[in-house]
Design a protein around this ligand. Structure first.
Ligand SMILES: Nc1ncnc2c1ncn2[C@@H]1O[C@H](COP(=O)(O)OP(=O)(O)OP(=O)(O)O)[C@@H](O)[C@H]1O
Ligand SMILES: N[C@@H](CCO)C(=O)O
Length: 320
């Protein structure tokens, strides 16, 4: 459930008075998502999403996120287009909190992932990387090594309650990855959280890419590795090489991967698995009493991490 802020009609009317969106038809809270409050807003002009940014998003990052969505949408990517108020600003305030209105995107995220979704996803991801190449703002990845170490420090002495030996395993992994991490691969703006619930489809066609609130500058192939983790494992934990092959083929059709990027995939996939293991572990161990959001299982990402640690090389992902 992600509606943390209640919007009384008077507040909505005062807020919308600064836009050219016509009269309000309805405002409905959207229960999916966890970070922000999202509403489906219908006005005389059409359908929009109103997002109120809650505590976990740093307001200083919002110009990057909104600017990136606008840049990508203007380059033909199916991303939310921020709506500017009459003063020219897309980032405004409602009830004392930062807020923005963006265009509504059609389609549904896939509940059952097929290889065809993975091909289209790969193409869309490569298109995003290419289109973002001339985006002017920068944002370092807060969830890279320093971020992982900070999360780990916050879990010290508690991780083994989830699985005996987990703390030592993470400590070793952090050390190994720091030693193996490639620093000279092509870098640029990445989405960094392109999970199935952030990609809308109509059939096999991508109609929407949302949730840019982890986007940042990092290695482009790291974004591919995030998608391998999020899209190519089955419910029973097995890795589906057909889906991985489809994803990589789709990506490479638009943006070829260099031999060094291919060779680095197992390490990047380990790092990406560790990133989601750490955020999930932290959230699991710091659950707020009475919170409406059920934390996601960190063990899913531990299993993925172990899989990538065990692969002999990039051939495991269907690359010849
Ligand atoms: N532009 C859009 N068009 C259509 N639906 C949208 C759009 N943006 C968001 N939604 C809907 O709102 C839901 C929540 O959005 P989102 O995933 O961005 O929430 P969040 O709380 O910011 O993120 P998180 O997934 O990290 O918790 C989505 O699953 C989708 O149903
Ligand atoms: N996609 C993340 C949560 C939101 O960023 C996860 O599955 O852990």
């Amino acid at each position: 459930m992600a509606v943390y802020t209640d919007v009384p009609p008077e507040a909505l009317h005062a807020f919308l008075a600064d836009y050219d969106l016509g009269a309000v038809r309805s405002l409905k809270g959207i229960t999916e998502g966890v970070e922000n409050s999202n509403f489906l807003l219908e006005t005389e002009r059409g359908r929009y999403i109103l997002t109120i940014y809650e505590k976990r998003v740093d307001p200083a990052d919002l110009p990057f996120f909104l600017g990136l969505m606008e840049h990508l949408a203007r380059h033909g990517l199916p991303c939310p287009l921020p709506v500017h108020a009459r003063d020219g600003q897309a980032l405004r305030r409602i009830l004392g909190k930062p807020a923005a209105i963006v265009s509504f995107l059609e389609g549904r995220w896939p509940r059952r992932i097929e290889a065809g979704h993975c091909t289209a996803l790969g193409e869309a991801l490569a298109a995003l990387h290419l289109a973002a190449a001339d985006f002017g703002l920068r944002r370092p990845n807060a969830l890279s090594f320093a971020g992982w170490r900070a999360l780990f420090a916050g879990c010290r002495g508690k991780a083994d309650a989830i699985l005996p030996g987990l703390e030592a395993e993470i400590a070793t992994e952090l050390e190994e990855l720091a030693r193996l991490w490639p620093n000279d691969l092509p870098a640029g703006v990445i989405h960094a959280d392109l999970f199935p619930d952030n990609v809308f489809f109509a059939g096999d066609k991508v109609t929407g890419i949302i949730d840019f609130y982890f986007a940042c500058n990092d290695l482009l192939a790291y974004d591919v590795a995030i998608c391998l983790n999020a899209w190519c494992f089955e419910q029973d934990g097995s890795f589906n090489v057909t889906k991985a092959k489809a994803l990589l083929q789709g990506y490479r059709q638009r943006r070829p991967l260099s031999p060094d990027e291919v060779a680095a995939l197992p390490v990047l996939a380990r790092g990406s698995a560790l990133r989601f293991l750490m955020t999930r572990l932290y959230d699991w161990l710091h659950q707020v009493e009475g919170a409406l959001v059920k934390p996601k299982d960190p063990r899913e990402y531990l299993r993925k991490l172990r899989f990538h640690r065990g692969v002999a090389g990039p051939r495991a992902y269907g690359l010849g």
